[in-house]
Write a new protein. Sequence first.
Length: 234
Amino acid sequence: MAELHVLRVFNTAGGDHGNPLGVYLRGSSVSEPNRQAVACELGFSETVFVDDAERGDMRIFTPRVELPFAGHPSVGTAWLLREMLGGVAALRPPAGMLWVRYEAEFTWVAARPEWSPPFEYIEYANAAEVDGLTASPARKGWAYCWAWENETEGRVRARSFVAEAGIPEDEATGSAALTLCAQLGRPIKVKQGRGSEIVARPVGDGYVEIGGRVILDEVRQYPVGMAGRPSRMR
């Protein structure tokens, strides 16, 4: 059995919405060759395996591929490491070092936009058009669809479709919000999916911070068999 923390990342102040995330704080409990199979069976948009909690070494898997960097897994893992270990100054996914800071109920991670997945950013005329989408735009494997909800206040409405990674629609995509913030060159507050909230702002030297709230939904024992292979869940 391997202990799995199930979080929701980028929820509202009232605890609503947020993107589910699975985190194995003891990543070695699932053998490296079998992590993709575990992530696929769990079915979260991302699952994290922490290989060294004190250093912040981590790996990120969607149901279909491993990612060098992703936003909601990084924010969620940083929050969980504060809850369990008192916090970390940095995380180290394969893409590079992410700077971490904590501010009241917000957890912040700073990363470089070029580390984000290859989204196509599709701007719509208004938030109603984004709300009206029923699927990813044709032939777009990584599509981040957005519109200004209130440009003066920096409020954005967005939805994210990531078919190539096995995610029909992602509830909250921190890496895409981070890159959009860099493209716009200004702080933004993103309402994504059903109502998840992501805050992003440029911080200099090519880095952008993304921040949000995190909730622990449950701790479960995930059954794995020999050599960390997933067993059939009951």
